[in-house]
Design a protein around this ligand. Sequence first.
Ligand SMILES: Cc1cc2nc3c(=O)[nH]c(=O)nc-3n(C[C@H](O)[C@H](O)[C@H](O)COP(=O)(O)O)c2cc1C
Length: 445
Amino acid sequence: MNTTSHVQHGAWRLPEARQTDFNSLDHWVSLAKTLEAGKFDFIFFADVVGLYPDYQGSWRKFVESGLQIPSNDPSVIASAIAYATENLGIAITSSVLQAHPFDFARKMSTLDHASNGRIAWNIVTSPMRNAWRNFGYDEITAHDDRYLWADEYVDVAYKLWEGSWDDDALLQDKVSGLHGDFDKVHKINHDGKRYRVEGPHLVSPSPQRTPVLFQAGSSPAGRRFAARNAEAQFILSPTPQAAKGLIDDTRRLVAEAGRHPEDLQFFQGLSFVIGSTEEEAARKAAELDEVLDPSSFIAHIAGSLGYDLGFHDLDTPVGEIETQGLRSVLAWLHEAVPDREPTVRDLAALWGKNGRVVGTPESIADTLATWQAAGVGGINVVNSTIPGSYEEFIDHVLPVLRDRGLAKRNYAEGTARRKATGRDRLPDTHPAAAYRGAFAPVIAS
Ligand SMILES: Cc1cc2nc3c(=O)[nH]c(=O)nc-3n(C[C@H](O)[C@H](O)[C@H](O)COP(=O)(O)O)c2cc1C
């Protein structure tokens, strides 16, 4: 995320951590080049457009800890990354809340041209009330209704990306003087519940037309949305076994939506602490724990808990604060700390270690093989430090993964979608494909 403290709160204080340089374009271009040299598929930017719910009744904590504020717009730096790289996919998050779909579709098409087809979109719906208030709403739209909203949003974008221009509409013929073929550019005339968009799309067809589509969020409504739309879903499963259950269920929905089950891939978020021996890795993990800030983790997850835990001392036993909203999280915590009454501090510590893999490159490769066997198609490498977390992964883990056939040695040719799936554009089974040719005038014969 284009901010100091995204997930591993407090790690920015480590001497080698450079994530405080996030305002600098050089910082991101340099990271992108590092990732490309390491043959990463994508640089993925998370993004939010508001604050998390209050901590200790206030948003002070977020400012004081650099917890996703300040944060910058990733789409603006995407074009610089596109210019500085050739093969790296560039995935940016944008909420249906933050931009009108006409404007957003135009921006993404422009970036897809600028990157020769390497743009991806992580579709999110903004679960934070403050974000909604930033865009003029008094209250947040209800959970499942946000996904219905997203359904219409993506439909508008699909119409513009896939249906507005025929492939051969742009002529640029200097001899005839004809720049565009009027009969092959179409208005979309979308008239829906939230949006009315006449069109046409102002951008000519880009290499991928629709960007590679990512989604995060695995509630029943989220799974249904992903099954219809996404090509990759970010997941945060606690175990490979849990991931398998989620993947099998969601792939069943993909098939129900008329798509091929393998057309949706799953990327598990994991962070890595790497040592040349298990002892060294454990020591580095302990050093990291020293700087991680438990109260920031509590502040960050309060939104998911639906409860401001900030009013409780970190050493408060959770048994004293049971509430309706917290019940499932507390049950999970009791399982994780079975031998005594867990505290708020335990919750923060366990949350901070969620998805952390500690070990040698070889043992990490063993762990990743178990995730792959569960159906996970890729790893979202969560950083503790930028660029250190990625440099270590590239230098030490990727060579072992390559030797085991778990990571590629070279990029395939072409767009981000072609590299991943062998084709530049969405398959015919994707709902966006239904808009191809859908707006062409019907000519009476
Ligand atoms: C790995 C992961 C990454 C996410 N990244 C973002 C993000 O960058 N911006 C955002 O607004 N929400 C993000 N979310 C939140 C989801 O979009 C979604 O709102 C949330 O997971 C709740 O959805 P659900 O109820 O369907 O599970 C992310 C969620 C996950 C699991």
